[in-house]
Design a protein. Structure first.
Length: 404
């Protein structure tokens, strides 16, 4: 009650507003109204959805097909550009469901969603507020505990009674502009990261011969006259084994890397291998997509393949690059398609690889690993910006009362 009387005071505030009154805490229905117009007369066929990661998107673009039946859209809500949409479906990235602003244009939304629009056109502040987690507590408190485990169960009236901060429009705009500028910076650095990844992908495809070929499209000048790459079976240039541990053997702060059937590297206090190796998952959803290179002490899962003891004619790092570029296609051709894909040892042992001379291998490795270092640094930059904004948001937006 004291907080309701005194208002809300953010931990971080722009200097020009520090002496201003505390923020009022109001119900959402005092600053916004539900939009309940049904798609009866307009016959709109553009169906939108609200994704926890991507926000409001065209359903056909998002799912690559129409999920809703076109002839059954009369009960759908009309959503205009600038409207806000609440999707009650929960996920790891949206524990109470996402609220997103529609920036794609006019369309219709499932009646399972709550559509609302703000009374003022200056509402970018609320867009940023709903990107935070400060409003989660209220929905978690009023949601029906007996509801479906994947969906929040609240009435539209309860939703519209959600407490929200309501500072002056001038302060709202200042906050929105600040956070939007960080969003723009994150977007630019993410685009750079995506461009670097695409460049690496294209480079890899040119560095290695295409299927059925023995020469790559792109070759360093000093190796132009070195002739064709030599065909070898993996079994002739390396040894293959599997691990002896289960996932439950992992220890959070373990001393050594522990490779399981995931791109995430766990930790463990034991090691069963010490040396250079390439590892890949033997079954599960990551078959043909998960690869690790290591040179040192580690342990690994019983369904993880370890390729090691490379012959003098092949660099371990070059093998890692070649194998991770080509093995997935082989898995798809040979794997028996049951509920999951699986790898038999022969799939690896009998796989043919193409090898240039060792000097050319090293040159390719240096180029690709140098590029990967740039990608890694860019990923750190993007993650740091996201963490910076997350911390800033926690200080700018006060924690809301569970009820009002």
């Amino acid at each position: 009650m004291n907080k309701q009387k005194k208002g809300l005071f953010p931990e971080l505030r722009f200097p020009e507003f520090e002496k201003e009154p505390n923020w009022p805490c109001v119900k959402l229905n005092t600053v916004a109204k539900r939009s309940t117009s049904k798609n009866k007369g307009e016959k709109i066929t553009r169906v939108l959805t609200n994704s926890a990661v991507d926000g409001v998107v065209d359903q056909r673009d998002y799912f690559d097909k129409d999920i809703a039946v076109k002839g059954n859209l009369e009960s759908y809500y009309i959503v205009d550009k600038g409207d806000y949409v609440y999707n009650p479906r929960i996920s790891s990235t949206a524990p109470v469901g996402p609220i997103s602003k529609n920036k794609v244009g006019k369309g219709v939304m499932s009646p399972l969603y709550t559509v609302f629009r703000f009374n003022s056109k200056i509402n970018d502040f609320f867009e940023q507020f709903f990107k935070s987690s400060r409003w989660y507590g209220y929905l978690q408190t009023i949601s029906n505990s007996g509801a479906r485990h994947d969906r929040m169960s609240i009435t539209s009236g309860e939703f519209m009674a959600m407490p929200v901060p309501n500072p002056s429009e001038l302060e709202q705009q200042k906050i929105a502009d600040c956070l939007a500028s960080i969003d723009e910076l994150i977007t630019l650095h993410t685009r750079k990261l995506d461009a670097l990844k695409d460049y690496k992908k294209g480079l890899m495809q040119q560095f290695f011969p295409a299927e059925g070929e023995t020469l790559p499209k792109l070759r360093f000048p000093e190796f132009g006259e070195c002739g064709k790459w030599e065909r070898k079976l993996i079994s002739s240039v390396a040894q293959i084994t599997t691990g002896g541990k289960d996932t439950q053997n992992k220890i959070e702060d373990g001393k050594y890397p522990f490779f399981v059937r995931s791109q995430t590297i766990e930790r463990i206090n034991s090691y069963s291998f010490d040396g250079e190796a390439v590892l890949t998952s033997g079954d599960g959803v990551g078959v043909g997509k998960i690869y690790h290179y290591i040179n040192g002490k580690f342990d690994f899962h019983q369904r993880v393949y370890c390729i090691y003891d490379f012959s003098e004619e092949v660099s371990g790092k070059f093998f890692y690059l070649y194998f991770s570029e080509h093995f997935y296609r082989r898995v798809m051709r040979l794997s028996a398609k049951n509920s999951v894909d699986s790898v038999r040892m022969a799939m690896i042992a009998d796989m043919e690889i193409l090898l240039p001379k060792k000097d050319e291998q090293r040159k390719i490795v240096d180029a690709v690993f140098s590029l990967q270092e740039i990608i890694d640094r860019q990923e750190v930059k993007v993650d740091s910006l996201k963490e910076h904004k997350k911390g800033l948001v926690q200080k700018i937006f006060p924690a809301m009362d569970e009820t009002i």
